[in-house]
Design a protein around this ligand. Sequence first.
Ligand code: FAD
Ligand code: NAI
Length: 322
Amino acid sequence: MTIAVVGTGIAGLACANRLQQLGKPVKLFDKARGPGGRMTSKRSAEGYLDLGAQYFTARHPAFMAQVQQWQQQGVVAPWLAAMSQFVAGKLLPSPDAQLRFVGVPAMHSPLRQLAQGLDIHYQCQLQRIWQQDHYWWLQDTTGQDYGPFSQVVLTVPPQQAAALLPAEFSTLLPQQILTPCWAVDLQLTRPSGSNVGGIFVKDPQLPLSWLCRQNSKPGRAGPEHWLLHFTAAFSQQHLEQPASFWQELAAELLARVVAQPVEVAAAICHRWRFAQIAEVAQPVPPVSLAAGLWLAGDWLRGGRVENAWLSGTEVAEQIQND
Ligand code: FAD
Ligand code: NAI
């Protein structure tokens, strides 16, 4: 019988892909218009802009093999730009030996590859999951029911998972909470002349965690774009501020970091409500809240792309072994 996977971020797609390889029929559901979740990039006139995940690293052998396959398929490439850090009011080079990867032409490109050949219901926001006669059922916000399913894999952040589940299960959810992140992309009227790639912010005076010159990534041509991520604490404190607040502040802070005037041609502000989880001390092994009800996602292992992929893949393998 078919297995339902909720969410087409990297955890859901990795899970569904592995289940399909293992010969299990699978159906996916996502409220969005396409795959990607927090790796989704925004299409602009000149190409894609990464507003969520900026790059990923690969340390686990299984994920390294997946990344190699994506490179062969042309949907992932190394990002070799110079890294810097902003510390004590200064922008300093901060070279390291870490290999970082990005999707090409967009962060979600490898996810589109994973989604190929899968049965996916997009623009399908679920509001309820319940069990009846040992089978699982889903209901979307229009009242349409889907099922029966032998198993359900929930890959949505825990705050969203809790809203879908009956109280008897939602109270069993692990306590990890994702914090928000406001992201701002600024298109400049003229090139800054900077050769910086990414900037890790280590200065408590600045409410930013990260800046990135988008054009330093492979496959991102066109006018110069900078992406800024605000810290979780500042994003939370000013969660409801309008885009104009974020755009103005981002332009002011970018000018301060690159130490030159900045003239903005266009801006995109995006609020990620459930963005980031603090490093988890111990990855949580595949979690089953009840027979046939599974949890997966980055939040169980620590908020990184690799961890989300590993989490989804592990649940698929656990289902196979059960
Ligand atoms: P998600 O990608 O969140 O997928 C969950 C999916 O569930 C979404 O597609 C959503 O639409 C869907 N969904 C939710 N509720 C419902 C519902 N009720 N019905 C139907 N569908 C639903 N990681 C890195 O490794 N490197 C980085 O540089 C990096 N930077 C980041 C920057 C930001 C701003 C953010 C937000 C994240 C960043 N991350 C980074 C983390 C990385 O993006 C995540 O770890 C990873 O993408 C999570 O994947 P996931 O599949 O677990 O969850
Ligand atoms: P990584 O190894 O490049 O970075 C891990 C951390 O090490 C960085 O956050 C940074 O603090 C530090 N670091 C790495 N290289 C550095 C350098 N050259 N100079 C100074 N500091 C450096 O990547 P990894 O482990 O794959 O982590 C993923 C990244 O995703 C992290 O940067 C994390 O902060 C980011 N992320 C951001 C989210 C958000 O909401 N803004 C959500 C989830 C992850």
